[in-house]
Design a protein around this ligand. Sequence first.
Ligand SMILES: Nc1ncnc2c1ncn2[C@@H]1O[C@H](COP(=O)(O)OP(=O)(O)OP(=O)(O)O)[C@@H](O)[C@H]1O
Length: 758
Amino acid sequence: MEVKQMSLYKRSGKIKQHSKKDGVLTAEMISNSIFQLGRFGTGLQHSFYILSLPSHSLSDISVLCSYVHLQKLELPHNKIQDLSCVSHMPYLVVLDASYNEISNFFEFQPPKNLKEVNFAHNRMTKMRDLSAYASLTKLVLDYNSFSEISGLEQCCRLTHLSLAHNKISRISGLGGLPLTHICLRGNHLEKIEGLEHLKSLQVLDLSQNRITSLSGLENLHLLGSLNLEKNLVSEIQECKHIHDLLLLRDLSLVENPVQEQPDYKLAVIFLLQHLTVLDQEAVTVEEKVSSVNMYDPPMDVVAARDHITHLVYQLMQPQVLYESTLPSADSPYPMLVLTGPRGCGKRELTHRLCQEFNEYFAYGISHTTRGPYFGEENGLDYHFVSEEAFQSMIHTGKFIQTIQYGGHSYGLTRDAVEDVAREGLACCVHMELEGVFSLKKTYFEPRYILLIPTQAEKYIGHLKARGLYTQAQMDAAVSRIELYANTNRQRPGFFDNVIPCDDWEDAYKTLRQAVKEYLLLEEQEEGENNNRASPDNTSTGHNPEEKPLSPVSMSRLTLTSHSARALDPSDISYRSYFTKIQKELHPQKSSTELASIRRREQLVREAIVGKSPGVYSQLFKSSAQPVVSSVHNDDSGNLFHEDSGSDDSRASSALSVPSSAGAFSDLAEPLHVSVMGHASETLKDHVPSSQTPNDPHPGADQLAAAVSPCSDRRPGSNVKPILPPIPTGRRTPAAPSLSPSPSPKPGVEEEGNANMEG
Ligand SMILES: Nc1ncnc2c1ncn2[C@@H]1O[C@H](COP(=O)(O)OP(=O)(O)OP(=O)(O)O)[C@@H](O)[C@H]1O
């Protein structure tokens, strides 16, 4: 068929020369350009259906009046002015008369089945009523001189309309046509109007106009492609008008002033997240993610940025030694975080908890840029600072985490934690969810307790009763309940405990119970009761009155998820706890697992006694050290000595006396063995610095003697007690949690200092 068509064009080329003389179409020319023979009438008559005569300089085609059976007539690139012959073609379906000199619009009797008409590049100026052309589906009128769209209202099958490069200044007369494609490129349009009812529109080309706003496109829910190249759109916000067009995949704003806006591309991609092509370029996955991270970052991303900021600023400061630094990777500084939506009672419960458990906790005082409420005191509830001061603190690396909430900044400083750690206490703070996300990025490993309102009415009642909040603030707070609930639902284990807080008294009871469990106070009490009940209450070697105080107890806060190494193994609670945690961590070991563990333990033991350097010793080896004598327990509790003069023994001393803070410590070190993530074993009791030479701990003297300023260690391997002991008479128990003690700045080397923080 194609071959035939080409040969016809070739043949018509010859005729072209002939017709050029007068532009009159002849039967001979037609016979060379007509094809597709078909039958009609009774089926015995034959006729050609297609006549194609492009570029013949034809001006007179009146001979076509007798070709009544034509169905497709192609006459582009001629000089035709009169198309009245079409009136004699009742079966015509496709008419292409583009690139001619026609000035009359549809000046012929309407062929009943006329579907496609192309009058592009003619001299038409005025559209007229086309209601008689009911079959029209495609109408191309580009490059004419129409100034108004009219006469199409009854073309109920029209799906494609192109009026590019005319003089149209207003879109009108399209009513509820079933148009799927409209091209109005290169007109004089200043706004988008008259398209509201075109519910089927899929492709819209409004390029090269003077459009400034995308308003008017809101209802075009099937729109998939929108070309607005070379217009005057200058605001990114205009994209909001097409934000709900979920099928919109392809948008072009090329050569609009809006492209000059900073972050234009990411902003548009963010507003129109379904786009796959923007400005004729494919939208990449990276761009989509970047746009979301830029304009609506998930809490994880915000937290990561917050963390990076503080970490970097902190690294830019002189590095100092902190009280709260990890003594070892497995026994982090104990912290308790109460979280929940504003006004849910977490602040009150935090204070109350710190007062009741003042031997364990103190309140970590955050900084805020909001002004104090009535009754709040600077340095008790918050450190109230100006925005400039807050920013300057950020830049000097003071914060561990910060958040923006309700137009104000909040942040927990390292000093706030240090102030508490210096007291030998665990730090208890309250914060919004974003703060939790951020804190989770740090090496701190607090316990997180979610206080969640379950009865909105009651919660709103609490908020109202405070008399502090506007309706908008209350609405915002209420809407965040869902955020907390979702986080809890979607991230199992994110919170260590969830406590309904509709009734603060009940909530406190539950909280108190949970905290007691964390502190193992229940078990301790049980143990004490057992001791009291036992005829020989010295069986544990402990007088209940002399139960280990905060440094030990506090470390338990972290122990349900960490090693029990900092506990006193002679303590009854330690034993029960250790058994419990072992069960939790290793519910049922297969014989293969057990054999593997035994093998690894054996290797470590050998490494310790210097028999085999082994891989494990390499793990902990650092620079060459002076000979250090060290004392260890073996796993049956017996002490043994070793020299660290050789590589092997250095390695084992690194295992056994890993005092990274040895130079600053007068503490005897507990001895640990940590094997490839296997639950560590505490081989020796820790000995607090306050311990007297008369202390009953076996081998304490030797240990103290053994601990030299050796730095043969791995980072974070300090195995001193988690916190320095509480100095006696440190403060009055009445309001211990609220008063930060004036204490030396971190970095000052003092009793029981911990590791260097990087
Ligand atoms: N460092 C911090 N990081 C994250 N959130 C914090 C921090 N400090 C305080 N917040 C939280 O910011 C929110 C606003 O605190 P603010 O004291 O201004 O409000 P409040 O109305 O008194 O609420 P609340 O009684 O819950 O503290 C509270 O939920 C509070 O817990």
